[in-house]
Every structure is written in C-alpha cells, then in structure tokens.
Design a protein around this ligand. Structure first.
Ligand code: HEC
Length: 167
C-alpha cells in the first residue's frame, strides 16, 4: 500500500511537472521572438512603400513625357492638315477647278497648258500682265475663267501653275 502511494505521488508530480513545463514553454519563446519578428516586417513594409512611391513618381514622369509627345504629334498633324488645305487652295487645285476646261485642250483658242511655244511669248510679257488678263479677262478668256468667286491670289496661283507647266 505504501509503495502504491509513492507511485501515485510520483505520477502526480511528473504530471504536474509536465504541465508546468508545457505552460512555461510557449510563454518563454513568445516573449522573446515577437520583437525580432515585428521589426523586420515593418522595415519591409517601409521599403515597399518607398518602392511604390518611386514607381508612382516614375509613372507620373513617363505620363508627362507621353503627354508632351502627344502634344508634339498633334502640332505636327495640325501643321500637315494646314499645309494640305493650303495645297488644295494651290494653283494646281484652282487650275483643275476653274481653268482646265479651256486650257487643257485649247478651247476657243486658249493657250494649251504645257504648250511651250504658245506660252513662251505670253510668259515673256510678264507675270503681272498674265495675272491681270486672267483676273479681268481678255478676248474670249472670261474674267477669272468665269469663276467670280476666286480670289485674285487664287487666280495668280493658277497662272503660276499654268506657266510652270508650260516652260
Ligand atoms: C472659257 C474658257 C476659259 C477658261 C475657263 C479659262 N480661260 Fe484662260 N484663256 C482662254 C482664252 C480663249 C484665252 C486666250 C485669250 C486671248 O488671247 O484672246 C485665254 C488666255 C489666258 C491667259 C493668257 C492671258 C494673256 O495675257 O494673253 C491666261 C494667263 C489665262 N488664260 C489664265 C486662265 C486662268 C488662270 C483660268 C482659270 C482661273 C483660265 N484662264 C480659265 C479661255 C479660258
């Protein structure tokens, strides 16, 4: 009976010792490891935030540069459209619209465009004379080729085109 009591006491003390060890084990590491663990994530988060900030700055810079490029391209496109419009108002365009009907085939005795022999004496009389006659009409040549809406500058441009083709 005494031996049994001793065994029971031993069991009880082992059980208690075991329990107290189990309780103290997790408590000890918990108090020592967390500080080390929380410092590093904070650093990483800080670094990540910096990288995000830097990336955002770069994205903003690239966006600004892209905007500048787009503005430049728009300017160029605008200039091209303007010059294309100017070309439509050019001598060739006016000629094709208002003069070609008579001057291509020489209708009613009109000097043919490209006929160097016919144009040589006319060119010799001077550009201003030709332009004046084209604006005001001469013989069977109607004023402005019959297209009164043309400006003097447009008629001059057309005469310049015709003479260029006939040199
Ligand atoms: C209806 C036909 C007709 C049309 C359209 C016409 N011409 Fe003429 N053009 C003539 C005839 C005909 C002459 C020759 C006139 C003459 O010498 O008697 C002539 C002559 C000219 C001359 C030579 C003038 C000179 O000093 O002898 C010029 C420059 C000219 N045309 C420019 C033009 C231009 C520019 C246009 C278009 C805006 C045009 N013509 C449209 C019939 C036409």
């Amino acid at each position: 009976m005494r031996g049994l009591v001793i065994i029971l006491v031993l069991f009880a003390s082992v059980a208690l010792f075991g329990c107290s060890q189990e309780e103290s084990k997790p408590a000890a590491p918990q108090s020592s490891t967390p500080p080390a663990k929380t410092v590093e994530p904070a650093k990483i988060v800080g670094q990540a935030e910096k990288v995000v900030e830097q990336t955002q700055e770069k994205v903003a810079q690239v966006a600004d540069q892209a905007k500048e490029q787009v503005a430049k391209v728009e300017q160029k496109a605008g200039a091209m459209v303007a010059s294309a419009k100017a070309a439509l108002e050019s001598g060739e365009a006016v000629y094709s619209k208002a003069c070609v009907s008579c001057h291509k085939l020489g209708i009613a005795g009109a000097p043919k465009t490209g006929d160097k022999d016919a144009w040589a004496p006319l060119i010799g009389s001077g550009m201003d004379t030709l332009v004046n006659n084209a604006i005001n009409g001469k013989g069977k040549m109607p004023a402005k080729g019959g297209n009164a809406s043309l400006t003097d500058a447009q008629v001059r441009a057309a005469v310049e085109y015709m003479t260029e083709q006939s040199k």
